[in-house]
Design a protein around this ligand. Sequence first.
Ligand SMILES: C[S@@+](CC[C@H](N)C(=O)[O-])C[C@H]1O[C@@H](n2cnc3c(N)ncnc32)[C@H](O)[C@@H]1O
Length: 262
Amino acid sequence: MSESSTYEGCIRCDYERNASDGICTIKKASDGLDIRCVGQWSKEKYFYIGRYLEIFTVAMKNGWKENLYYIDLFAGCGKCRVGETGEEIDGSALMALKLRYPFKKYFFVDSNRNALSALSERIKGSPVEDRVSLKEGDCNEKVNEIIKEIPQRGCLCLSLIDPTGLHIKFETIRTLTQDRRMDLIITFPEGMAIKRNLEQFLGQEDSPLDMVVAIEGVQIQTTIRNRISNSAGGFCLSYQQNYVNHCANMRKGRDTATRKGK
Ligand SMILES: C[S@@+](CC[C@H](N)C(=O)[O-])C[C@H]1O[C@@H](n2cnc3c(N)ncnc32)[C@H](O)[C@@H]1O
C-alpha cells in the first residue's frame, strides 16, 4: 500500500501482534482519541451485543422499575475501527450508554490506562455520564468492589465479559453471580487463545484454561479436555456445563440454608 493511497483502513498496525490491548499504534480515531482495530467479523459480535442490550433493557424496564445495572469487565476505549475498511463503530461501552432505556448505573473496567482514559473522554457530555463508574485494573480484582456498590435485592444486572484472551477467572464469575440476579454475556476467544495453545494447556498443571473453566484449585476434568480438543465450540459447551453445575450448587446451598431456617 503506497503512502499516497486513499485507503482508510489500518492493515499496518497488525493489532493481534503489535498493538497493546488492541489499541492502534498507527492511527488515532477521527475524534483524535485512541481506538481499537478489530477484524471484520467483530461487526457481527457488536450486532449481537447491541441487540441483546436493547432487548434486555426494553423487556426489563417496567418489571424492575429501572433498577437495572450494567457491568462491562473488559470495557475497551469505546470505539473500534474495522481494520480492513477503516469504518469506526461504537464499542460495547458506548453502545450501552446510548440505549433508549439506559441502565441505572454503569461499571466499566479496563486494565489498560490509555483505553480507559479514551473511554472517559468519549463519555463526557453523555446524558447518563453521572451514572458511570470507571475502574482501572484487573477485573478479577475489581469485581469485589463493584458488587459492594450494587444492592443484593430489588435489582437486575447485566454483565458483559468480552476478553481477548484467557483473562476471566471462573472464580470471578462465581463472585459476580453469587446470590444476585445477573444476566451474563460472555465471548470466548476459542480459536485464538484456546485452540492455538491447547496442546500446551493440556500438559500443564493449573494452566490458564483451568483458571477460566474451573473453580480455583479444581482441574478441568478429562472429559472436558477431550471435548475441547475434539470439537469446534467444545469449549463453550464445557463452560456452559460448568456454569450450570455452579448454579445448581448455589441453589442447593440456598435450599439447605432455608431448610435450616437461615
Ligand atoms: C476485546 S477488548 C474489549 C472490547 C470492548 N468490549 C469493546 O467493545 O470495545 C478487551 C479489553 O480488555 C482489556 N483487558 C485485558 N485484560 C484485562 C483484565 N484482566 N481486566 C480488565 N480488562 C482487561 C484490554 O485492555 C482491552 O481493552
